[in-house]
Design a binder for this molecule. Structure first.
Ligand code: NOJ
Length: 721
């Protein structure tokens, strides 16, 4: 079919069944060739072969070969010659895996995020992917929720920057370019507000809080041109997103004017029954379709009811045509009518996967995502050490790619022990397992070997954390400490040898209070294919830690949800950290502050914030403020630093957060070098949602500071006129 395919004409020639087929997404097993393999929806819903040929898209296929096979067969049987769309969760890499998004965001480096996303886009496009279900920009505050691993953490501004960057990187400036793929922002809206951090749970939020914290990142992705959006599973203020008129119609379509494709989440229509919102699939179909769901992913509402609803006059066929038009427009923009196989190329897919260039990007990303939480001087270790003991479940374990790692394979991830051995060919490197990181495993059998190894070593690397399956979809935890006997193991090992550093592999902030006496703690997240190499680079000083926390690490799980940008109370706590203050908003036996705050992250070098200068003490909409911050590297390592700028609005008509990040910039400083970063603060950056949900700024006094959450290196005041 020609490039200038006339979509209107095409739609006018389609039967109602063919149109509805464009609005259904089934998984790839549904298109399997072999009768023996018939599983999934085809078996479950008894979908006949002639319907299968009408389907507009699929997800979860294996590679370029399978894409080509399915597409070929489809085109042979579809009289309209409309190619299928192939979609996939390319979340933090396709085959070359880079750190989980929560970790990558800790790099505070949009250019690095762009580079990683480009790498993923190229690999995925070669693998036959046309659309990725990325970026996930759900705003989060509760570390118990397993899907925090997919987010940019607890700051809405950071989520906007990282989300929009991913959209631009995946889609490029021309979607028909075969190295670009369409992005799908998710999960609209407020999926991350799940009560008690339990996945899929109810979300109840005021419109003001929604708009101020949860909505900006979806909007930022729409402004960046994202082609698709996925409503969330959760109910929001009583109504599941896919059926939520206010969300889907009033805000998304009318206010934000989103005109791309809306795709349901997996079986979200089916879940309307379970929620008790729709008595059956017919009603679920009516609700979802009326609220703008174009493609139904993996449930049988549209297949079973949409044609009938149109024929009965309940749904206007013109609305079906409009939804089909949105889907076909995307196919056209992707260039599918010219080349239905697009970039799918088994040879190229193979060549790009884990190529040296891609491994190098993944290694740098893993290193820049790591956060040095604590260091009393043991790190970096000397490369002259003779004997190294690497202890713990993750010592020589390749299960470090994390959840949602697409086609990444554990066996393609470099372990810490492999990397340390490669870096120190002359040292004796001993590993000891210690114990399993499983919440119900109480075995201490491996302790003796671990203690022995620690005693005999010059340097000890403790590699602890949680299994990959303890975070990600459906994997919430009530107790977010190191699972199993790992705390006991850490204490025993530290007692045996104090020249000890701890690496943590995990998908969420953990409560590290009971192991915080460790001389050095390096948060690695799930770092991906090059995790071990990145860890070894950091441990032995070949790279210098520069990550900053994107989510606060609580002292105790009872503090959850805990977030740096919280509103003030009328009775905030003023006394010393862990002393309980009567009749103030605080806990008995646990301070209010987290163990490690948002924005925290150490370096091996010494970074001095020399000065913060404001262009004036007053600003206005017409006259923005210029803020110059000078940072000096007075240590002996070249290093990167994220200069962070926060404000506090001292008086306003609604209670304002005690601090909000409004800008950041990552700089590189040679040893001895000094640099000045210039930020422009505009009136727009000072706006907030007032009690009637108007986005306003109010004249008055503001505090502005640089440092990180709760830590003011330099501070000043100014007035907005
Ligand atoms: C369910 C998840 O919530 C969503 O993030 C994902 O994109 C879809 N399944 C498809 O795998």
């Amino acid at each position: 079919m020609a490039k200038n395919v006339n979509l209107k004409k095409l739609i006018s020639n389609m039967t109602l069944e063919e149109k509805v087929g464009q609005l259904i997404q089934l998984n790839a097993v549904s298109f399997s060739d072999s009768a023996a393999e018939i599983t999934g929806p085809v078996q479950k819903w008894g979908i006949p072969a002639e319907w299968i040929n009408k389907m507009g898209s699929t997800l979860n296929f294996s590679d370029a070969n399978e894409m080509i096979t399915i597409q070929k067969k489809h085109l042979e049987n579809d009289r309209n010659g409309i190619p299928m769309l192939f979609m996939m969760d390319v979340i933090h890499g396709y085959r070359t895996i880079y750190p989980i998004p929560l970790g990558l965001a800790a790099s505070f480096d949009p250019e690095l995020v762009y580079e990683c996303s480009r790498m993923a886009a190229k690999e995925a496009a070669a693998g036959g992917v046309n659309v990725t279900f990325t970026p996930m920009v759900d705003y989060v505050r509760d570390a118990r929720w397993g899907r925090v691993m997919e987010t940019a953490g607890e700051d809405p501004y950071l989520a906007c920057v990282m989300g929009a960057t991913q959209v631009r990187a995946f889609q490029g400036s021309d979607l028909s370019d075969k190295e670009n793929i369409a992005a799908c922002v998710k999960h609209y809206a407020a999926y991350g507000g799940a009560e008690a951090g339990r996945d899929y749970n109810t979300v109840e939020l005021s419109e003001r809080v929604l708009r101020e914290y949860y909505m900006p990142a979806y909007k930022a992705c729409i402004d960046a041109g994202v082609k698709m959006i996925m409503p969330s599973f959760n109910s929001l203020n009583g109504v599941p997103s896919i059926a939520n008129k206010w969300l889907m119609q009033d805000v998304l379509k009318k206010e934000w004017r989103f005109d791309g494709v809306v795709i349901s989440d997996y079986n979200a229509l089916g879940e309307l029954k379970v929620h008790g919102i729709a008595p059956d699939m017919r009603e679920a179909t009516k609700l979802a379709f009326a609220n703008g769901c174009d493609i139904e992913m993996m449930s049988n509402g549209y297949y079973e009811h949409l044609c009938t609803l149109v024929r009965e006059g309940v749904i206007d066929e013109k609305k079906v045509d409009a939804a089909v038009m949105r889907v076909l427009k995307l196919k056209k923009e992707l260039g599918m009518f010219d080349d239905p196989y697009r970039g799918a190329d088994p040879e190229r897919e193979k060549a790009l996967a884990l190529s040296p260039e891609h491994r190098a990007i993944a290694r740098r990303a893993a290193s820049e995502s790591a956060v040095l939480l604590k260091n009393n001087g043991v790190l970096p270790f000397s490369k002259d050490v003779k004997k190294v003991a690497i202890i713990g479940h993750f010592a020589d374990n390749n299960e470090i790619k994390g959840f949602w790692a697409c086609h990444g394979k554990n066996e393609e991830c470099v372990t810490v022990a492999e990397a340390v051995r490669a870096k120190l060919p002359n040292a004796e490197v001993v590993t000891a397992y210690g114990c399993a990181p499983l919440w119900n495993d109480k075995s201490t059998e491996g302790f003796a070997e671990a203690i022995e190894a620690a005693k005999n070593a010059d340097a000890v690397i403790l590699c602890l954390g949680e299994p990959q399956t303890y975070s990600g979809e459906g994997n919430s935890r009530a107790d977010i400490r190191l699972p199993g006997m790992q705390e006991e193991l850490a204490k025993a090992v530290m007692a045996a040898n104090s020249n000890c550093a701890m690496l943590i592999f995990n998908g969420r902030p953990l409560v590290l209070t009971d192991v915080n006496e460790c001389p050095a703690i390096l948060e690695m997240w799930f770092p991906g294919s090059e995790g071990g190499n990145a860890a070894a680079d950091l441990l032995f000083g070949d790279s210098v830690p520069c990550g900053k926390l994107t989510m606060s690490f609580p002292k105790h799980v009872g503090q959850c949800p805990i977030y740096y940008n919280h509103p003030n109370t009328g009775r905030p706590k003023w006394t010393a950290e862990d002393v309980h203050q009567a009749y103030a908003s605080n806990y008995i036996g646990c301070g209010n502050r987290p163990l490690y705050c948002f924005g925290h992250g150490l370096s091996y070098t010494k970074l001095d914030y020399e000065a913060m200068e404001l262009s004036d003490t007053k600003m206005s909409a017409e006259k923005p403020l210029t803020v110059k911050i000078t940072v000096k590297n007075s240590g002996s390592y070249a290093a990167k630093e994220t200069v962070q700028l926060y404000i506090r609005d001292l008086f306003a008509s609604t209670v304002r957060p005690v601090q909000s990040l409004i800008a950041f910039e990552k700089i590189h400083l040679e040893a001895g070098e000094e640099k000045t970063v210039t930020f422009t603060v505009t009136e727009e950056m000072l706006r907030f949602y007032d009690a009637s949900c108007k986005h306003v700024s109010e004249a008055g006094e503001f505090v502005i500071f640089t440092g990180y959450a709760d830590h003011k290196y330099k501070e000043a005041k100014f007035f907005l006129e």
